[in-house]
Design a protein around this ligand. Structure first.
Ligand SMILES: [Zn+2]
Length: 481
């Protein structure tokens, strides 16, 4: 399902969808589909790669979301350069920016998997002396999957690779990563500490080393096209407090920067756009739908020690990344991954707080087909709250769902019923109301129905899901229709 929404200028214009190619499943019947993992092979057909991203591109366009990050953009197993060109060129023709994931010192390199000189394994097989020393053990060997950022050959290689990527493909930016909390214990990388403030967290010192050459290269590319989204993962939030665990490799999901201003922001000649992890900055527990049904700035959103009101990141340009609603997030409240979960409260909170902290975009995952109604609702909310971060849930229903249903009252009813259901306030009157809406939507698939247009079918899918949810049908949350 693709929507046709009219949107004003976005208040978070550098927003994008974040995806892995192998778990982005808009085509539902390819035998190679998987829904988890990052190091997996790509087992689907190359044609499915193109079709999955054609559909996500159309969705991004209809939501006025600017970009799509693709980790695994270039692989031999889905058609290599030729098929990646198809993906990027189609998106460009629609005004959507494809942003390949680029691992600088880890995560595959520019060419994620395959026989190409800009792939990390290919590079390290030819130049094993460039491998990172990832273990502190004396005599540790150099890795064949991670590169030492101090090696001059690495700097040349990543610079050439980034130039090639932007020259060869119709991309609208990229998304750099270096390997979550990368470390190299070679003499050069350790000696570099002498040239760095002792109080700066080691993981930011490594980030400076791992990103610098790539960002220096991107600088001149950006100067020729300042619409490009050149983003890089910080792997943490922008809370200006000391870390409690000061190690080379902090524990996963570090929320804090460890300092008020990491030194790398004083040293980089070009910063690009820092992509801050908002996953552990947003409230530990999601706000309820009732919390913002009629209040766009409820106090509870600001009752959060991990994101104090008024703090801003030290970067010149910033976006935020939310893992909730993906395979990378686990809900202790529901004892499961939130990949298939409805996360309207998270999206509202992230967009509002990001806007107020001066970020220019937010990203969520875009891997699920919109035939999964919770995903469709998340995408619609992502569109709504990036354009109107101060809006209430009711406004989302009236304006955005109202456009989908071609009826603002029906959109409002929908979110009100959803909020009341979540609050456990389902009474007979509510049941009657939803039955009426459901019956009306259901009439479209009667054999005698004269109008089975796509927009009416879309309406039916939404009401069918909500009707079954409120009626307590088992397993509806995982259902695709
Ligand atoms: Zn090194």
């Amino acid at each position: 399902m693709i929507f046709n929404l009219s949107r004003p200028k976005s208040m978070l214009p550098s927003s994008y969808f974040w995806t892995w190619d192998q778990s982005t499943n808009w085509v539902l019947d390819d035998p190679g589909i998987v829904n988890f993992g990052s190091w997996n092979k790509y087992l689907k057909k190359p044609e499915t790669y193109v079709e999955d991203y054609r559909r996500l591109t159309d969705m991004a366009l209809s939501l006025d979301i600017k970009g799509i990050v693709i980790w695994g953009f270039l692989r031999d197993s889905h058609g290599g350069i030729e098929y990646a060109k198809k993906v990027a060129s189609y998106a460009k023709s629609k005004g959507v920016s494809i942003m390949p994931g680029v691992g600088t010192t880890h995560y595959g390199g520019v060419y994620h998997q395959g026989d190409n000189k800009y792939n990390i394994n290919t590079f390290l097989n030819a130049n094993p002396e460039c491998g990172a020393v990832v273990s502190k053990e004396p005599g540790a060997k150099r890795a064949l999957h991670a590169v030492c950022p101090s090696n001059p050959l690495f700097k040349e290689w990543i610079s050439e690779g980034v130039n090639w990527l932007f020259r060869e493909f119709d991309i609208g930016g990229c998304n750099f990563e270096n390997g979550d909390f990368f470390s190299c214990y070679c003499d050069k990388c350790q000696a570099q500490k002498e040239n760095w403030p002792k109080s700066d967290p080691n993981f930011f010192r490594y980030q400076a080393m791992c990103y610098q050459s790539a960002l220096d290269t991107a600088k001149s590319i950006f100067e020729n096209n300042n619409d490009l989204l050149i983003t890089w993962a910080t792997y943490c939030g922008f809370i200006p407090e000391k870390l409690t665990v000061e190690k080379d490799k902090p524990e996963s999901f570090v929320t804090k920067m460890g300092t008020s201003r990491p030194e790398m922001f004083n040293r980089l000649s070009y910063e690009g756009i820092a992509q801050w992890t908002l996953t552990r900055m947003v409230r530990e527990k999601e706000i309820s739908l009732m919390d913002f049904l009629d209040n766009g700035t409820p106090d509870i959103i600001y009752d959060n020690p991990s994101w104090l009101k008024g703090i801003t990141p030290p970067s010149k340009r910033s976006t935020g990344f939310v893992h909730q609603g993906s395979q990378w997030d686990y809900s202790p409240w529901e004892s499961k991954s939130t990949r298939y979960s409805l996360i309207l409260g998270r999206i509202k909170e992230a967009c509002l707080r990001a806007y107020e902290s001066g970020l220019e975009g937010v990203s969520i995952h875009g891997e699920l087909t919109s035939r999964h109604i919770p995903a469709a609702l998340n995408y619609l909310a992502f569109s709504h709250f990036t354009h109107w971060p101060y809006d209430t849930l009711r406004k989302f229903g009236e304006i955005t769902l109202g456009e989908v249903f071609n009826n603002p009252c029906e959109g409002e009813d929908y979110v009100e019923i959803l909020a009341l259901w979540e609050a456990g306030k389902v009474d007979d009157q509510l049941k009657r109301k939803i039955k009426e809406r459901y019956d009306s939507a259901y009439s479209i698939i009667y054999p005698a129905s004269e109008d089975a247009s796509e927009s009416k079918l879309t309406k039916f899918f939404f009401w069918n899901w909500l009707y079954r949810l409120v009626s307590g049908f088992h397993g509806i949350e995982e259902s695709f229709i």
